[in-house]
Design a protein around this ligand. Structure first.
Ligand code: SAH
Length: 259
């Protein structure tokens, strides 16, 4: 394959979970791989796109659980490429968003291994689709901020709250489940109104997808009481305000604090 010679690496975006949301290019690369290194967030249906006989290596990292450190993942990928394999590094969502792509690409380049990115659909896009909503809103939400609220044990959530508390912006918060309450507290203190609409989408695009709408001052409570085990994305801002009279009754839908 012209763009995937032996001894090279592709970082491929697996999308948010639904195998139909893998790009056609991504699927072609997955099928061409001789070895596939994948994350915890890449589901079985996406992995099933690989050809039988492809070596599948789980290098999963989920916060709070035992994880393979980034250095050993980098070394595994490089070693496979140097051994002449066609390497796909499959990452949930888009490889260029909160996915440590820089480290893996640097490790490849340092070893003289050619590496490229195949983009994927990021969780925020899948979450917007789950909510039947737009992330931007003409005149009202002119800015879209992707932010991660991941903190290691013992660390404090140290973000520029003044900059984030922009009423004209939509915040898409990745890895924000554990710090949802703190996040809300800081944003309120920085001046965002308590009634700012919030949506939480868990398992976006997967059969277990759940959406939940609430408001900023109730976000902590909602995240604590209503979320399960799956990955969840928080969306905060006016763009998330539900149009009057519209309900998504067909979907699992729960509203805390809203009318
Ligand atoms: N590269 C990924 C993000 C990796 S960080 C992307 O572009 O989507 C992992 C975080 O992404 C999770 O903690 C969660 O916040 C979010 N996420 C990933 N898949 C998701 C899904 N199917 N539904 C909701 N959130 C998801």
């Amino acid at each position: 394959m012209e763009d995937f010679p032996e001894g090279t690496v592709w970082l491929v975006g697996a999308g948010p979970g639904d195998p139909e949301l893998v790009t056609r290019k991504g699927e072609r690369l997955i099928r061409a791989a001789s070895v596939l290194f994948y994350d915890a967030l890449v589901g079985p249906e996406v992995l099933a796109l690989a050809r039988p006989g492809t070596r599948m290596v789980h290098v999963g990292k989920r916060s709070g659980r035992h994880s393979q450190d980034q250095g050993s993942i980098d070394r595994l990928i490089v070693a496979a490429a140097l051994a002449g394999e066609r390497v796909v590094r499959l990452k949930g969502g888009d490889p260029a968003i909160f996915a440590r792509a820089t480290e893996e690409m640097a490790a490849c380049r340092a070893a003289g291994v050619s590496v490229r990115i195949c983009p994927g659909i990021t969780a925020a896009s899948a979450a917007a689709a789950a909510l039947d909503t737009s992330l931007t809103l003409r005149g009202l939400a002119r800015k879209l901020t992707f932010v991660t609220a991941h903190v290691r044990a013992g660390e404090v959530l140290d973000l520029d709250w003044q900059a984030l508390a922009d009423p004209q912006s939509t915040l898409a918060v990745y890895m924000g489940k554990a710090s949802a309450a703190g996040m809300a507290r800081h944003l309120l203190a920085a001046g965002l109104p308590p009634e700012t609409p919030v949506a939480i989408v868990e398992n976006a695009s997967l059969p277990a997808e759940r959406t939940l709408r609430t408001r900023l001052d109730l976000l902590g409570l909602a995240a604590r009481s209503a979320l399960g085990d799956g990955p969840a994305l928080l969306l905060i801002g006016e763009a998330l305000r539900e149009p009057v009279g519209v309900t998504t009754a067909a979907k699992y839908h729960q509203s805390i604090g809203g009318a």
